[in-house]
Design a protein around this ligand. Structure first.
Ligand code: ATP
Length: 894
């Protein structure tokens, strides 16, 4: 019985589930069923157990090398050294394990912010709820772009088509209807069902929930629908490869060193072996992948806090190099608070007062005198159409005032009618709707069919003026259609930044209760125009200016009229002297479009397919494109863009799932903030490398030089392991918390192909390696020369390495800005904390007896400490000098 809902007729399903589709379930019944069936969630896929993730930390060529070295050392009988090596391996794995866990948690938290929603009928009203709260028996409404939230037996459907690839693998959309299927019909043939997790590609409908959570078909497969984020991105993969190359290179160098040390320098094999192990450990930047992942994860968390939820980690990187942002207008650049301010009737033009959705304000003639709507039949006919050819509702809530449910453009029209004392509920009763063709961005019109109780039928039409005028044959009052006058009025209103809608009506044969697209032939009479304002968001104006400063072009792509679009574009500070329409875009060939796409900032009357061509044109010009979208048809453009940005509020599930980034506040300014954050993330990854690579290189260089020059080793293998463990991940990681460089949005985007290690950065790395080697050898020999024991000289050398790394950390906090200010110390509390921790650890290393025994260290004289500090400070000053040189050459980022 459980699986044969598809074989029952709709009314029978409703009877068995005990629900009346007009009312839906009531709150008590919902609570009872929720307790019985549990929340509508798929069971979580089993996570890898902690021990397995820990074990995987050892699955790394470097660790194999270390383990082999530890084992060999053990066999050679050096228990202490073997213990140190194995201890280091364990600590490294532990740190990696904890960090990876944190990164995964951060991503999981972000994922859970994108919970699906559902529109249900409950207690006689429509509500938007979290899809997790659905219970069997709920009546659910579906619209294009929705993800079906549970298994539904369909009750109504209009041209409904869903994509069931998640379930059946079939990627084409399948037609849905309300009929029953044979008992044994395969899933793909159960047309009367809409399955959880599938996408509504077209049409609309409603259905009753028959299964939720794990009881749904998708639940049986046990497959999570939402794409699971992984921690890998192109950058981390590139760096992984880089790390492997370095590992191979270092192994090669180690073998050479071994040969040289043995055959040329004649070192004892055992000492040599340990030294080479130390060399390998010192040189390999084993913390690099972990640090990069952490920086990315921290970046996504910061962005989520700023209302930009990252769905795919690579987007964080791409955001930093975005050169063009293509944005929708309505609601993203503008406030989406629509207010009708102008009405043009066949005979005259009126101004409308009042703001927002409150029915306060009235109609005025050109001379400012008040017009009583009841005295103007042409106005009342227009408002009748505006109210009925409309799905928005406005009601008063005690704490929030007048609240809109539905599309803001339509809400403006409803409020307009309210201002003439018309009431939506009364009108709907007097003129019930028989059928409708819903509004779609491509068609730009909406049609409804009504009848009155005297047996008359009429068709009401509203939409973009040029579309509506093309369907009109005359004007209200039997006048001939004066196209020139209407077009002039549209230009006038558009020039004032108003969105213009035309309204029209015609009589309809009484016998017909349906209307379809083929019926839309020139037969309507024009009732008039309504001009609606939707002011730009103030923060969007500021964000557009910020983007311009950051070398990012902002392009507005809107469905509105060209004149309206240009007017709003100017208010936003875009280059709006030229607006290109969708038709013009369609007429251009690819080469011409590439030129036009570069030079134009405002695209009007554009539909989703134009967006797709624009992206291709801009990308062909070498741009990195971020594109916003909200409709089901925007999905291809969102996928094609380098960063697809969906609206979390008004966007469809389809758009959200095709996107890389979701704005929870639908606000353009949030994209600009995300770009800024993307740049910060990239900078911080770079700074981490800028610290990690030269310090690893410096440590390795010290050992290498000693062996090749036949000098005593300034640091032992065990000691280098210590240094690496306490510094490599901690110091570089603190750079992940680095705040934005001042002026991060005042320089042009980095070229997308630019390598993360630029020439300037390579130069810096070599420079610091040189400094560290020099400082360490200097201290080591200075100690030996004044008669200190080898062990003490080594202790001083190790402390020198750590001190140089510590001072250098504060150089790296800014690329080329000088560090002679208090902010250098205070600007990043994490760096300061890590520095304090490191000093503590070094004191333990030098003075704690157990560590002294383990690492063969001895206490140091005050003069040694003074020398060590001087070396650290010296490195700091010299790097600052190098920065000053770069600044003089005009370099701001390296
Ligand atoms: P943007 O791209 O700026 O977000 P948009 O693409 O959402 O805007 P559309 O909603 O496609 O723009 O509107 C395009 C045109 O269609 C509008 O200029 C208006 O004339 C008309 N229009 C908008 N909403 C409706 C509606 N609900 N019914 C009828 N016509 C509408």
């Amino acid at each position: 019985m459980k699986n044969s809902w598809h074989a029952l007729e709709g009314p029978e399903v409703l009877r068995r589930l005990g629900v009346d589709p007009a009312d839906g379930l009531d709150a008590g019944e919902v609570a009872r069923r929720l307790a019985q069936h549990g929340p509508n969630r798929l069971p979580e896929p089993p996570r890898r157990p902690a021990w397995q993730r820990f074990a995987l930390q050892f699955h790394n060529p470097l660790i194999y090398v270390l383990l082999a070295a530890g084992l060999a050392t053990l066999l050679l009988g050096s228990l202490v050294d073997a213990g140190v090596i194995l201890g280091v391996v364990l600590i490294n794995a532990l740190i990696g394990h904890i960090q990876e866990g944190k990164a995964e948690q951060a991503l999981a938290a972000v994922r859970s912010m994108l919970a699906a929603r559902a529109t249900v009928q409950r207690g006689g009203e429509r509500h938007q709820i979290d899809a997790g709260e659905l219970v069997p028996g709920d009546i659910v409404w579906l619209e294009p772009g929705d993800r079906v939230p549970a298994d539904l037996r369909l009750l109504q459907g209009r041209n409904l088509r869903t994509v069931e690839s998640a379930l059946t693998g079939e990627s084409a959309a399948v037609d849905k209807d309300t009929g029953a299927a044979a008992e044994g019909a395969p899933l793909g043939d159960r047309h009367g069902m809409a399955f959880s997790g599938t996408l509504v590609a077209y049409g609309s409908g409603s259905g009753v929930v028959v299964a939720t959570g794990g009881a749904t078909e998708i639940g049986h497969i046990g497959q999570l629908v939402s794409g699971v984020q992984t921690l890998a991105t192109p950058l981390t993969r590139r760096l992984d490869r880089f790390a492997r190359q370095i590992t191979a290179f270092i192994l090669g160098v180690s073998v050479l060193t071994m040969a040289w040390g043995h055959f040329v320098a004649g070192m004892a094999l055992f000492d040599l072996f340990l030294a080479v192990v130390g060399l390998a450990v010192a040189a390999i930047p084993e913390g690099m992948p972990a640090v990069v992942t952490i920086v990315l994860a921290i970046g996504t968390r910061v962005m989520a806090r700023k209302k930009a939820v990252v769905r795919r980690l690579p987007a964080v990187e791409s955001l930093g190099s975005v050169t063009v942002i293509c944005s929708d207008k309505t609601g993203t650049l503008t406030r989406n608070e629509m207010t009708a301010v102008r009405v043009v009737l066949p005979g005259r033009e009126l101004r409308v007062t009042g703001t927002g959705y409150a029915p306060e304000g009235g109609f005025h003639l050109a001379d400012g005198s008040v017009l009583h709507p009841g005295h103007e039949p042409a106005l009342m006919t227009l408002l009748h159409c505006a109210l009925l050819c409309n799905d928005a509702r406005i009601h008063r809530e005690d704490d929030k005032g007048w609240v809109l449910t539905g599309d803001p453009t339509e809400g403006a029209l409803t409020t307009l009618a309210h201002k003439a004392d018309l009431d939506a509920a009364t009108a709907a009763q007097a003129f019930p709707r028989l059928d409708a063709i819903p509004f779609e961005s491509e068609r730009q019109i909406m049609v409804t069919l009504h009848h009155d109780h005297a047996g008359h039928h009429e068709l009401l039409l509203k939409g973009a003026p040029e579309r509506v005028l093309a369907l009109c044959t005359g004007e209200a009052g039997g006048r001939p259609l004066d196209c020139a006058r209407w077009t002039a009025a549209v230009e006038r209103a558009g020039g004032a930044g108003e969105r213009v809608l035309a309204l029209a009506r015609c009589d309809w044969p009484t016998g017909r209760t349906e209307v379809d697209l083929a019926d839309l032939t020139p037969r309507f009479e024009m009732l008039g125009l309504v001009g609606i304002i939707d002011p730009p968001r103030e923060e969007a104006v500021a964000a557009v200016a910020e983007c311009r400063e950051a070398g990012i072009r902002v392009k507005m792509i809107t469905g509105d009229h060209a004149v309206t679009a240009a007017a709003i574009g100017r208010q936003l500070g875009l280059q709006a002297d030229r607006a290109l329409t969708g038709d013009a875009v369609a007429a251009l060939d690819d080469a011409a479009l590439r030129r036009a796409a570069q030079d134009t900032d405002v695209f009007a009357r554009a539909s989703p397919e134009h967006k797709l061509r624009l992206i291709a044109a801009l990308q062909a010009e070498g741009h990195q494109v971020a594109m916003t979208g909200d409709g089901v048809n925007d999905a291809p453009a969102l996928k094609a863009a380098d960063v697809g940005v969906a609206m979390g509020g008004k966007g469809t599930d389809a758009a959200r799932e095709a996107s890389d980034l979701v704005l929870t506040d639908d606000n353009f300014a949030t994209i600009a903030r995300a770009v800024r954050e993307g740049r910060v993330v990239y900078d911080n990854i770079k700074k981490s490398l800028m610290h990690m690579l030269p310090t690893n290189g410096g440590e390795a260089g010290v050992i290498l030089l000693a062996i090749f020059a036949g000098l005593p080793l300034p640091v032992t293998a065990g000691q280098i392991l210590w240094v690496n463990t306490v510094t490599s991940v901690t110091l570089a990681l603190s750079l992940a918390f680095e705040p934005a460089e001042p002026g991060v949005m005042r320089h042009p985007p980095r070229p997308p192909q630019e390598s993360i290690i630029t020439r300037a950065l390579g130069g810096r790395i070599l420079f610091v390696i040189g400094l560290m080697i020099a400082a360490t050898f200097w201290v080591f020999h200075w100690e030996l020369a004044r008669g200190t024991a080898l062990e003490t000289a080594r202790t001083a050398a190790v402390n020198t390495i750590v001190m140089c790394e510590l001072f250098y950390l504060f150089n790296v906090r800014h690329f080329t800005r000088h560090a002679w200010r208090a902010e250098t110390l205070t600007g990043n509390p994490v760096a300061l904390g890590v520095a304090a921790l490191l000093v503590g650890l070094q004191l333990l290393f030098t003075y704690a007896p157990p560590l002294q025994r383990l690492f063969h260290t001895t206490p140091l004289h005050a003069s040694s400490w003074a020398m060590i500090l001087a070396m650290g400070a010296g490195v700091f000053v010299l790097v600052e000098a190098e920065k000053a040189l770069l600044r003089r050459r005009g370099v701001r980022r390296i």
